[in-house]
Ligand binder design. Structure first.
Ligand SMILES: Nc1ncnc2c1ncn2[C@@H]1O[C@H](COP(=O)(O)OP(=O)(O)OP(=O)(O)O)[C@@H](O)[C@H]1O
Ligand SMILES: CC(=O)C(=O)O
Ligand SMILES: [K+]
Ligand SMILES: [Mg+2]
Length: 588
């Protein structure tokens, strides 16, 4: 297949003979600051002020309202579910829009934020507060709650996206078939005190549960453990020693007291290492997980995260299962790295997946805690090399489940993940059942912004050699274009990279380069837009565009300028997957 590579430099003639670096600092401070955040609630979609940009054929699909403050009208598509036919509409969420207007390009956050939704955050208003606070992906954990409960959360997030222009993606996280406790008969927690004897059993207990008894989900439990083994709840939050086995009952003495939470994970250790007897043979995807996956496919979730992945095969199998069943076949599969086996087979698992999660909670129960930081660094780096989005998860702001401010150590941990340039950070209990979900999200947001800016100001560019990952000549060209465009963007200090990518692939290749400027990713479908929302530095927009880059650019400039998101003179580099080209230009 013949491919042409055209490099077009369209610096206006008045600038053509000047030193490029002198062009590169359009005064972002000239952004006007008169846009109250209140606008957030109603700004949804935007269109150009020029009437020729409006599609007269579909006026009935739009509602025009005046936004009395920024000048110009807003176009609100009645439904955001399918690509609208109106070429005049560009979908971007109001928070991004306000952020760009208020602070300019450079200040936008590059690190994406995932929030686990639970009882503390499942209401529409709570979800909206998280979206306004910067949530890019809502995670639902199938360890907890019913399908009905999860369906309602999904429906609310969808409604939020449709009504308020957000692109919050949904990630479903499977339970997996590792050993865990039962649900404590409805109690929210149980306290285990030092020296107490508790009974762990595969027997189901009556309600109310007899005191100091815990049900275990794994039939082979009593057979696999031995007297003297250490039993760790939630990777060591509470510890017991096995003192006696009586049929299905295992008597254990508490050695490290603490709170037992419903369905907490259990591991047992012998002579300092994790015991993996028959439970190592449990399937990665249990029969309950398959039912949950069918539910996720039916609900059209954007990501399915698979717990306790051991090998690449399970990912490949799940991907073909999804491809055969999903209407659009576009659910991304995220491998959760939280077991010894997943570390052993890391590269092939990541290659087979669409992304990975450093699931430090369970990982820290399977390898010594002091090995978790280096595992994290390795996973983050490998994912970036292989161009797969990576999420750093668990206990980032654990103390904020109870307290309104984080510990210094937590802030340092978040900073380190941002500095490693992970695509995304995740809240678990902090947002699912903590007392300060919005505050925790605000901490992730402000720490990300601060560390990213510091990194740019210090020009700390990693000397990371990005390997060639393309499998065809066409892909190689895309990859070279993105690498070059990102490098040019840094050297020329441009304000933004624009990428027109139908499947989103070129957008993620640009994100992999972690350039200094934000990446405006234009895509034609809402589902691709949502999926891109997990990736570092991408500001995803949905826009109908053609194969004619000249007209795409002109239209985009008009649309974005009309809303004050860019302005004349801003320096932009544009790439596209239709016309494989790099164009450098000032916004006219
Ligand atoms: N849908 C839900 N309903 C009720 N409680 C929930 C729900 N989702 C999460 N939680 C609560 O938030 C806590 C933290 O959530 P998180 O998703 O990190 O789960 P986890 O059980 O710790 O396990 P893992 O993340 O390894 O699957 C849970 O232990 C649970 O108490
Ligand atoms: C997120 C998760 O599953 C873990 O940290 O174990
Ligand atoms: K899970
Ligand atoms: Mg886990």
């Amino acid at each position: 297949m013949a491919q042409s590579l055209s490099l077009q430099f369209r610096i206006p003639s008045s600038h053509s003979s000047t030193n490029l670096s002198s062009l590169s600092k359009p005064s972002l401070s000239s952004y006007n600051h008169n846009h109250p955040i209140k606008l957030i609630k109603k700004q949804l979609s935007i269109y150009a002020s020029s009437s020729s940009d409006l599609n007269p054929e579909s006026p009935s699909s739009q509602v025009l309202i005046s936004d009395n403050g920024t000048g110009g009208d807003l176009v609100i598509p009645v439904t955001d579910n399918h690509p609208t036919t109106a070429d005049s509409v560009i979908d971007v969420d109001a928070v991004t829009e306000a952020e760009l207007k208020e602070n300019g390009f450079r200040s936008t956050r590059r690190t994406k934020l995932v929030c686990t939704i639970g009882p503390a955050t499942c209401g529409f208003e709570q979800l909206e507060a998280l979206a306004v606070g910067g949530m890019n992906v809502a995670r639902i954990n199938m360890c907890h709650g019913t399908h009905e409960w999860h369906r309602r959360v999904i429906e609310r997030v969808r409604r939020l996206n449709e009504e308020k222009g957000f692109a919050v993606a949904i990630m479903m996280d499977t339970e997996g078939s590792e050993i865990h406790m039962g649900d404590l008969g409805g109690a929210s927690s149980a306290k285990a005190e030092d020296g107490e004897i508790w009974t762990f059993s595969v027997r189901a207990f009556d309600v109310p549960r007899p005191v100091r008894t815990i049900n275990v989900n794994y039939d082979g439990f009593a057979e696999d453990v031995q007297v003297g083994d250490e039993l760790l709840v939630d990777g060591g939050m509470v510890r017991f020693e096995v003192i006696e086995k009586i049929g299905p009952d295992v008597k254990c003495q508490c050695t490290d007291p603490g709170l037992l939470l419903p369905r907490a994970n259990l591991t047992f250790w012998r002579d300092g290492s994790l015991v993996r007897e028959r439970n190592a043979m449990l399937p990665t995807i249990s029969s309950k997980d398959w039912l949950d996956i069918d539910f996720g496919i039916a609900e059209g979730v954007d990501f399915i995260a698979i717990s306790f992945v051991k090998s690449a095969e399970v990912i490949t199998h799940l991907k073909s299962y999804i491809a055969a069943r999903s209407r659009s076949g576009d659910i991304a599969v995220i491998a959760k790295i939280e077991s010894i086996d997943s570390l052993k087979n890391l590269e092939e698992i990541i290659l087979a997946s669409d992304g990975a999660m450093v699931a430090r909670g369970d990982l820290g129960a399977q390898i010594p805690l002091e090995q978790v930081p280096s595992a994290q660094q390795r996973i983050v780096q490998l994912c970036r090399e292989l161009n797969k989005p990576v999420i750093v998860a668990s206990q980032l702001l654990e103390s904020m489940i109870e307290y309104p401010t984080p510990t210094r150590a937590e802030v340092a941990d978040v900073s380190e993940a941002v500095r490693q340039r992970a695509d995304a950070l995740m809240l678990s209990g902090e947002s699912a059942m903590g007392q300060y979900p919005e505050k925790a999200l605000a901490v992730l947001r402000s720490v990300s912004l601060r560390i990213e800016r510091w990194w740019r100001e210090e020009k700390h560019r990693e000397a990371m050699e990005l390997p060639n990952i393309a499998s065809s000549f066409g892909d190689t060209i895309s990859e070279e274009i993105c690498n070059s465009a990102a490098k040019m963007a840094n050297n020329l200090e441009v304000d933004a990279l624009f990428v027109y990518a139908k499947t989103g692939h070129m957008a993620s290749l640009l994100s992999r380069c972690r350039p200094d400027c934000p990446i405006f990713a234009f895509t034609t479908t809402t589902s691709v837009r949502r999926r891109l929302n997990l990736q570092w530095g991408l500001i995803p927009f949905r826009l109908n565009f053609s194969d004619d880059m000249e007209s795409n650019l002109n239209r985009t400039f008009a649309l974005l300028k009309a809303r004050g998101m860019i302005k004349s003179g801003d320096l932009v580099i544009a790439v596209s997957d239709m016309l494989q080209s790099i164009q450098v230009m000032n916004v006219p």
